[in-house]
Write a protein that binds this ligand. Structure first.
Ligand SMILES: [Zn+2]
Length: 282
């Protein structure tokens, strides 16, 4: 392996798409301020990561954003309010994203040049729009073999610069990889699967992935990086409850093992901003 990019979608647990119709926000429980063990783990492993922040929680997490930058990580934008981009008109998206970028920049005290769409819902016209707004890179492309059209961002005009990296006129798109197995794409790079599978299964799947790939992206969320209890709403179905809670307590340890596995395979962890610089893109 060559490159590994650890990315964090810095959002609250109530931003999860299946919780957004419940009054979770009012509970006052916040997970984003609980990522210090995770930050310490990254320091211990010598890993630099990229944090895409939901703008509406940037101000209340200003201290954390500055700490993230102080430790040598990068900060990007994960939308204004985590609403899916497919639910927004282009005009609304442009207006909100301009505001979101400024909100995060004010909170972090640094320029924000990277973007990740909530739930990977980036669309081509919106990708073109963020370039106009001053973003230099995006990481929203994910491909599912079982849904050839579903969320498969159109990158016509981009050149494949490297495994998972596409470039057009200095703007870069970083793909979130899936593992193709028996006609299915398994999102081994993050979310529920990373928590659900025991490490030995993950190691097996990563080994299969590494046969065909040189680079890897991981994505995680604050609620997966802390075992603190979440006051899930009563009306939540059992399957959703399981999906939300499975493997949270042991996840930080497992993530460290995944990081070490990738490093042993030769992967080098950098922020996406440093990766761009090393490719001569900025
Ligand atoms: Zn998200």
């Amino acid at each position: 392996m060559k490159h590994a990019w650890l990315t964090v979608d810095l959002e609250e647990w109530y931003h999860l798409d299946y919780l957004k119709d419940f009054p979770c926000r009012e509970t006052g429980v916040r997970v984003a301020p609980q990522i210090f063990d995770f930050l310490d783990m990254l320091d211990e492993e010598g890993v630099k990561a990229t944090f895409f922040c939901v703008a509406e929680i940037a101000a209340e997490n200003a201290g954390i954003l500055r700490e993230i930058l102080r430790r040598g990580h990068a900060v990007g934008c994960h939308g204004l309010d985590h609403e899916l981009l497919t639910n927004k008109s282009l005009e609304q998206f442009i207006e909100e994203t301009r505001a979101a970028k400024a909100m995060i920049e004010t909170a972090a005290g640094a320029p924000v040049t990277g973007y990740r769409a909530p739930c990977f819902t980036m669309e081509r016209d919106k990708l073109d729009a963020i370039r106009e707004l001053g973003f230099f890179y995006d990481s929203s492309k994910i491909r599912f073999a079982q849904h050839p059209l579903y969320r498969n961002l159109d990158l016509e005009g981009f050149e494949r610069a490297d495994d998972l990296v596409y470039v057009q006129d200095g703007f870069s798109e970083y793909e979130i990889p899936t593992l193709d197995l028996l006609g299915w794409s398994i999102p081994i790079s993050g979310g529920g699967y990373l928590r659900l599978f025991p490490f030995w299964t993950l190691r097996l799947l990563l080994g299969l992935y590494a046969r065909k790939h040189e680079n890897f992206t991981i994505y995680v969320h604050p609620f997966e990086l802390t075992g603190m209890p979440l006051p899930l709403p009563e009306g939540l179905g059992r399957a959703t409850r399981f999906r939300c809670l499975v493997g949270r307590k042991r996840n930080l340890k497992k993530l460290r093992r995944v990081i070490r596995w990738l490093k042993r395979r030769g992967a080098r962890f950098t922020t996406l901003e440093v990766d761009r610089r090393e490719r001569g893109l900025s």
